[in-house]
Design a protein around this ligand. Structure first.
Ligand code: HEC
Ligand code: HEC
Length: 317
């Protein structure tokens, strides 16, 4: 962050220098040099001012993430919550929080390395009871998952780039119960985990890295059944849209993987859909590219996958 601050000061310095050079050029007597100097200098001044403004906004947003007050909760660990929390962790958390993509969730993976452009380093945290969470209250973990800020209110950058905040209140409690009952694994990871570079700040300032809205109402889940209604709810907290497009008609993001339109699932049976996500081989026998995270999606149970299927086939053409 100190480096980012320095870069920002240099860019502001450049803006001032260009402005000064432009003024100097304007005083030249040769009309050609005068106009060329003014146009080029003026443009450079504008660009440097624009970049400084985006950097400043990005820096401000980075240090002032919106968040809600920490709630007073004390999550009781029940067998039901433990089982549900473990299931959710397998499908949603181990992929980033474990080098083996399985338990234990001892962290230490630089998730920034997997991003298509270099935006800095973002090392996942040791989520076992030996990690930083031992000093957090249940309410602080709840807020970390819902608002994506840490105990001190600092932004959890990578977490904020996922849809984890739309997981239901009940499921967040189950996740907390599970996190608390894991085997502790002693492992030191760098703190703070986030080291965004200057480009990340500019993209944040320009809102190219979009900010999700603060959730202020409780999120209630429809009954967990193989229905389109539950499938639609699942899609709200999964990441399908970030690669398959906002309406799942195919991804268009210039920086992310572009998945095909998921309308193609209408041609498949529910068993074919489930088998595709469990094996990574689609009904025509083609192996899916590793860009499609079928290994984690395939860890959802049959009811959940069938719900996703019902939702996908219910989509309008
Ligand atoms: C896309 C990768 C990714 C996924 C998926 C993910 N995390 Fe994280 N998580 C991170 C990274 C990286 C950090 C470090 C801060 C940051 O960049 O968000 C983090 C930080 C955290 C923190 C804050 C810990 C601290 O000490 O600051 C908690 C709590 C957490 N994750 C829980 C979870 C849970 C529970 C899940 C599953 C529901 C999950 N994470 C899924 C990448 C991920
Ligand atoms: C990180 C990006 C990413 C995410 C997230 C993602 N997908 Fe994909 N998906 C892809 C890509 C890329 C392909 C194309 C793979 C290929 O054809 O080899 C794909 C292919 C598929 C296919 C197979 C299509 C075919 O041609 O047979 C299905 C089904 C699918 N995705 C469903 C989903 C569902 C459901 C979700 C959300 C739970 C999801 N995907 C999330 C990137 C993603």
């Amino acid at each position: 962050m100190a480096l980012n601050f320095l870069i920002l000061l240099v860019v502001i310095g450049l803006a001032i220098l260009f402005a000064w050079l432009t003024r100097r050029a304007w005083n030249l007597s040769d009309p050609f040099l005068k106009w060329m100097g003014a146009i080029i200098g003026g443009l450079l001044t504008l660009i440097a001012m624009f970049v400084s403004a985006l950097g400043l906004i990005g820096l401000f947003e980075y240090y002032n993430p919106p968040s809600t007050p920490v709630r007073e909760i004390d999550v009781a660990i029940t067998p039901g919550r433990y089982a549900r929390g473990q299931h959710l962790a397998v499908a949603f958390c181990v992929g980033c929080h474990s080098p083996s993509r399985d338990f234990p969730m001892s962290g230490g993976v630089d998730v920034g390395k997997a991003l298509p452009v270099n935006l800095g380093s973002y090392v996942s945290v040791n989520l076992t009871p030996a990690g930083p969470l031992k000093d957090w209250t249940d309410g602080e973990i709840f807020r970390a998952l819902r608002d994506n800020v840490d105990k001190d209110g600092n932004r959890l950058v990578l977490m904020a780039g996922t849809n984890i905040r739309y997981i239901s209140d009940q499921d967040l409690l189950a996740l907390i119960a599970f996190l608390r009952s894991q085997q502790p694994v002693e492992k030191e990871n760098p703190l703070p985990p986030d080291r965004p570079n200057f480009l990340a700040l500019i993209l944040t300032g320009a809102n190219i890295i979009p900010e999700r809205e603060l959730v202020t109402e409780p999120i209630l889940s429809p009954p967990i059944r193989a229905t389109a209604e539950y499938g639609e709810f699942m899609a709200s907290f999964m990441e399908c849209t970030s690669c398959h497009g906002e309406d799942l008609r195919g991804g268009t993001s210039p920086i992310g993987p572009q998945g095909p339109s998921l309308r193609l699932v209408k041609e498949w049976t529910v068993v074919e859909f489930i088998m595709t996500l469990r094996t990574g081989i689609n009904p025509s026998g083609r192996e899916l590219s590793p860009l499609m995270p079928w290994k984690s999606t395939g860890r959802l149970n049959d009811v959940e996958l069938a719900a996703l299927y019902q939702y996908l086939v219910s989509l309008p053409e």
